[in-house]
Write a protein of this length. Structure first.
Length: 244
């Protein structure tokens, strides 16, 4: 199985993160989920929620409220919307404003991760995001004075540096030969995955990741460290907001 195939669905968004519309053929359809032969809907993972959007077919619109993972990728239709039967050619559109906001947010979290790892040596223990707001948890026993302000300033300096964000897919052994490629306290890459997708904020942060990202740090906007919370002995939660 290649890295861009999930069940019967070719995942277009992994190679082209700017893709928002595409044509596809319905392979299977029920009120619980629609399977396409190709899709640019990000199915969720790594703290990034799934995409939303619409399918257009034969003059009809089906709203897509999310994506469910299983043996296939199932686009979840809105309740009571019409369902395109198997064999139908559909024109699909990913909700652009939501996806673009999530890409900015996800890239912002990688900047945060890179800064905290570089300056404080802390690994990630968890995280989650919604459009333009997110949290990331770190294994950080001590919070030095001025930590919040220092992290925010450093993150925004990296954004202003307009660092390129590259995407690569490497054989597993080659990927794991990169120092510190796993920035989480626990390796979350399944052992049976032969290829690893790498997100590289050039000069700052390189790590395994399956999500969608902007092309350079300047496209993120600005990061505000809104709050720091203690989540037990040695663990800190940083909440951030992204703005223009």
């Amino acid at each position: 199985m290649t890295f861009d195939l999930h069940g019967r669905t070719r995942r277009l968004e992994l190679a082209d993160q700017g893709l928002r519309s595409f044509e596809a053929v319905v392979l299977e359809a029920t009120p619980d989920g629609i399977v396409l032969d190709r899709s640019a809907f990000y199915p969720g993972g790594g703290g990034q929620p799934p995409d939303q959007g619409v399918l257009l077919w034969q003059g009809v619109e089906t709203r897509i409220e999310g994506v469910r993972k299983g043996d296939d990728l199932y686009l979840v239709p809105a309740a009571d919307d019409p369902i395109p039967p198997a064999g139908t050619v559909v024109r699909a559109a990913v909700a652009d404003e939501r996806r673009s906001a999530l890409m900015r947010t996800h890239s912002g979290l990688h900047v945060l991760c890179g800064v905290v790892f570089r300056d404080y040596g802390a690994l990630v223990t968890g995280g989650n995001m919604e459009p333009m707001t997110a949290r990331m948890d770190f294994n950080l026993p001590e919070v030095p004075p001025g930590f919040k302000e220092a992290v925010e300033e450093a993150c925004n300096a990296e954004i202003a540096a307009d660092r390129r964000i590259d995407v690569r897919v490497l054989p597993r052994a080659e990927a794991f030969a990169i120092p510190d490629i796993i920035r989480t306290a626990t390796n979350l890459v399944p052992e049976d995955i032969p290829e690893v997708r790498i997100i590289d904020i050039v000069g700052l942060d390189t790590q395994a990741d399956g999500g969608t990202h902007v092309a350079s740090t300047k496209q993120i906007g600005r990061i505000k460290v809104a709050k720091i919370e203690s989540k037990g002995r040695g663990f800190r939660r940083l909440r951030i907001a992204i703005s223009d």
